[in-house]
Design a protein around this ligand. Structure first.
Ligand code: PHE
Length: 357
């Protein structure tokens, strides 16, 4: 064996001994560099092959290859072992402190108005109502005409409308097809009557829009829950009994209720439904204008023209409907003084109403 072959084998022995005491990944890395680097110990020896006696060169070359392969394999195995050990070990040092208190995990929650909506869904579910939803973008025909409100009817003043402009057209001109943002959930009555066959018993929760000057008690977007019942012999007495139960389910058994005459073009007769003031209980305060009562919804027997627009024969079927705003229910529930807070998306406000009430 040549002198060079001897030195190669000696290097292997030395390097393996050094590797055995390499404590961490860094030590293995520097050992690798000291062997395989540009002026590394193995590199330098292999370079010496060029001066080897041509008769010895093939045998020495074989030794060089074997040494290189053995060292490569040993370094790689040691590196893998260290990596595995480091992953499993440290309960100390910088890695992680298992005894540290956890970081609070921020979880979202329902908006207080949506909590009210869920409560209403639950109450009406117990009364046998199913949920039927309609679009926020409607047509004049659905929002007004099908509800017995012709184009020049003065009652249109009750609903200040946001019109949708023609795509690409003058933004101040309403679209010719009468596209609008719905001003109430009542057009969903028509959609429900057209989609379902009586007996119908639905509530239709949803967002509505009106062209309003925004102040503490008026917003340009708000939420309603509409109710519709169509059956062969349903009556105003059914509506009355159902709403009285509803008010007690929402506000408690002690709640007193009353009906007053009202006016809506799509119901006849129409009523306003009041509950005893939720702030003073009925003795009279600023919140109820000293009357002791608060109006929480409008309702009535579905007008025959509206049944007909929904494809239902008014000779055969009758219906009642009611509609209420959720935002005021929310304000009263939490004693919130200003409607604008509900739409503010201000976390300092919203975080005061975690899970539920
Ligand atoms: N749509 C009416 C409103 O926006 C409420 C209502 C619904 C009244 C159904 C009667 C029947 O105020």
């Amino acid at each position: 064996m040549s002198d060079l072959a001897d030195r190669l084998q000696q290097l292997q022995t030395d390097a393996l001994a050094e590797l055995a005491v390499a404590a961490d990944a860094q030590a293995v890395d520097s050992l690798r560099a000291s062997l395989f680097g540009r002026s590394g110990r193995l590199t330098v020896l292999v370079r010496g092959l060029a001066e080897e006696d041509p008769a010895e060169r093939p045998a020495t070359g074989k030794v060089a290859n074997a040494v290189r392969d053995a060292l490569e394999a040993a370094l790689t195995a040691r590196q893998a072992a260290i990596a595995e050990a480091e992953g499993a070990v440290p309960l100390s040092g910088e890695a992680s402190d298992m005894s540290a208190p956890g970081r609070p995990w921020r979880v979202g929650h329902l908006h207080p108005t949506m909590t009210v909506e869920r409560d209403l869904r639950e109450i009406f579910h117990a009364f046998g109502f199913e949920v039927f939803e309609g679009p926020e973008i409607e047509t004049d025909a659905m929002n007004f005409e099908a509800l017995n409100i012709p184009p020049d009817h003065p009652s249109r003043d009750l609903w200040d409308t946001l019109y949708v402009a023609e795509a690409g057209g003058d933004p101040r001109q309403p679209a010719a097809d009468g596209t609008i943002l719905r001003t109430h959930t009542s057009p969903v009555q028509i959609r429900a009557m057209r989609a379902l066959t009586p007996p119908i018993r639905v509530i239709t929760p949803g967002r509505c829009f009106r062209y309003e000057a925004v102040d503490a008690s008026h917003g340009f977007e708000f939420f309603q829950v509409e109710g519709l019942v169509v059956d062969r012999d349903t009556s105003l007495a059914d509506l009355k009994g159902m709403l009285e139960e509803f008010a007690r389910a929402l506000y408690g058994e002690a709640t007193r209720t009353r009906f007053r005459p009202g006016y809506y073009p799509f119901t006849e007769p129409s009523v306003a439904f009041d509950v005893s003031c939720l702030v003073c209980g009925g003795s009279g305060c600023a919140a109820c204008g000293r009357s002791g009562w608060m109006t929480i919804l409008g309702a009535g027997m579905v007008h025959p023209a509206v049944l007909r627009a929904g494809g239902i024969d008014p000779e055969e079927f009758q219906g009642y409907a009611f509609g209420m705003g959720l935002d005021r229910i929310t304000l009263l529930r939490h004693g919130i003084p200003d409607l604008r807070l509900l739409m503010s998306a201000d976390m300092r406000f919203l975080e005061q109403f975690p899970a539920g009430r």
